[in-house]
Design a protein around this ligand. Sequence first.
Ligand SMILES: [Fe+2]
Ligand SMILES: [Fe+2]
Length: 192
Amino acid sequence: MLRLRHATAPGWLDAVRHDFTAFLQDHAHNERKVSQSALVLATHYPNRAELVDAAIEIAEEELAHFKTLWAVLKERGAGLGYDTPDPYMKAMFAPMRKKHADDYLLDRLVIYAAVEARGCERFGLIAEALGPDDPFGRLYRDLERSEARHHGHYLRLARLYFAPDVVAARLDAILDHEAETVARLPLRAALH
Ligand SMILES: [Fe+2]
Ligand SMILES: [Fe+2]
């Protein structure tokens, strides 16, 4: 598991609990977006079989998560809600290098790995706070495991296509950037 360099502040859980429906709506859209991103990745690298395999698996699982969240929202009598801008994702994509194809692929894989790792950390916090007797506690424990797998896929692909020192150096920079981003953004009833 990637070691994130800034632990989520306890106030985040308070914000989530304060408006759990808003959190669920934001979470649902996050699942939808990561499913789409995985498919776009497969579209851009059709000749990298391992990447296409992993992308299909991830897209399918994220879509299943989206479906689960949608079912939960309907049960609560809530709508899906409109997708709103995610300042964390905007910041995470900012250092992406697009000029050279190799840099672009490496950055996408490393950034997606870091984002999945953060999702994993935060779902774990919810699972821990609610406990195994709460249906949401159990749901978020399952989601935590799933995001851990996804982060592993992206890291594995990065290490498959790039030299270990190249991956390590980029990962180091992106994890620093991720920590700074999380530390500076306000806490809200949203995944990020
Ligand atoms: Fe997911
Ligand atoms: Fe994921």
